[in-house]
Design a protein around this ligand. Structure first.
Ligand code: UDP
Ligand code: MG
Length: 314
């Protein structure tokens, strides 16, 4: 039995060593083989150096260093692609995903008929209020408009069987939204909740604009409802226009045609123009992603790794 830990790291130099020691002490109680795949996602601090130090004393520590920052999604994909364990866990480097949960997760996966044990936060303690607010709105919205279930508060911290990992790897789309991919591939998943813990050191890598872009990626990757919405709006506006036309024709026939109403005409033109741009905007968001997918650019480029025969561009 071997467990692979996939750990995306971006500017986590201060957390690497603590994470390693905490995880090792947990793993030693499990008496299983392990590998830790740490992905240095274009860090500008001493993250890679810290990982290399660990790998020089522990050959189970593997590192993959990207040529630049490709984002957490790419880092997780690289880790999953190179994992060799029977079970694979994804864990943050900032200790917000407590390694102490691993034994319980292993036990559930071993003894029950599950392919995945996933975690969710029972609260958002310590998070900025504005971020919590938008996160809650996002989950409400996406679950209304998407067929794939995306669980509110779900972390990327999860332990999966090799079968599930292979299914995830087979989804090689460029715009990756793992929270949706995990749900889309299915498999029997057991959820466990835990209290949110604050970062061990450093700041969250996500700004509000990045989170907004990520949310948009999620919606567009896992729902076609915005496109439907723009079609429905088009139909609604056409019906409205026909109704207004009839009213104007009838009122002109009855009362004649006094020349007035230029203000309302201007309003209507601006309103309809805005609506058209809005719908065009929705369509463009989908086209932009189609454009990126068709270019088939690699998800990541590796410039340094201690894994033999690693595929450097993927
Ligand atoms: N991360 C990464 N690349 C990035 C941003 C983040 O590999 O471009 C890693 C980061 O090092 C951490 C995990 O993803 O291990 C989660 O990031 P963070 O703690 O900033 O996110 P939050 O917990 O605030 O959602
Ligand atoms: Mg974090």
């Amino acid at each position: 039995m071997k467990i692979s830990l996939v750990i995306p790291c971006h500017n986590e130099a201060n957390n690497i060593s603590t994470l390693y020691h905490e995880t090792i002490s947990v793993l030693s109680s499990l008496h299983c083989n392990y590998e830790m795949i740490m992905i240095d996602d274009g860090s500008t601090d001493a993250t890679l150096q810290a990982i290399k130090e660990l790998s020089s004393t522990d050959s189970n520590v593997k590192y993959i260093s990207f040529s630049r920052n490709f984002g957490k999604e790419a880092a997780m994909y690289a880790g999953l692609n190179n994992s060799t364990g029977d079970y694979v866990a994804i864990m943050d480097a900032d200790l917000q995903d407590p390694p102490s949960l691993l034994p319980e997760m292993m036990k559930i996966l071993d003894s029950h008929n599950y392919d995945c044990v996933a975690t969710r936060r029972s609260n958002r303690k310590g998070e900025k209020k504005i971020r919590s607010f938008f996160a809650k709105m996002f989950y409400k919205l996406i679950n209304k408009i998407s067929d794939t279930e995306i669980v509110d508060g779900a972390r990327d911290f999860r332990l999966m069987s090799k079968d599930m990992v292979n299914a995830i790897i087979s989804m090689n789309e460029y715009n990756r939204f793992s929270k949706g991919i995990f749900g889309w591939v299915g498999f029997k998943t057991h959820w466990i909740s835990y209290e949110n813990t604050e970062r061990s050191s450093g700041e969250s890598n996500w700004s509000i604009t990045q989170l907004f872009k990520y949310a948009l990626d999620g919606i567009i990757s896992f729902s076609q409802t915005p496109l439907l919405l723009s079609s429905y709006l088009g139909i609604l506006m056409t019906i409205l226009a026909i109704a207004m036309l009839l009213v104007i024709v009838v009122s002109t026939l009855i009362w004649g045609n006094p020349v007035d109403g230029w203000a309302s005409t201007a309003c209507i033109i601006i309103f309809v123009g805005g609506l058209q741009l809005f719908c065009l905007g929705i369509t463009s968001q989908y086209i932009a992603r189609v454009f990126l997918e068709t270019k088939h650019r690699p998800h990541y480029i590796i410039n340094n790794s201690n894994i033999a025969d690693i595929e450097k561009i993927k």
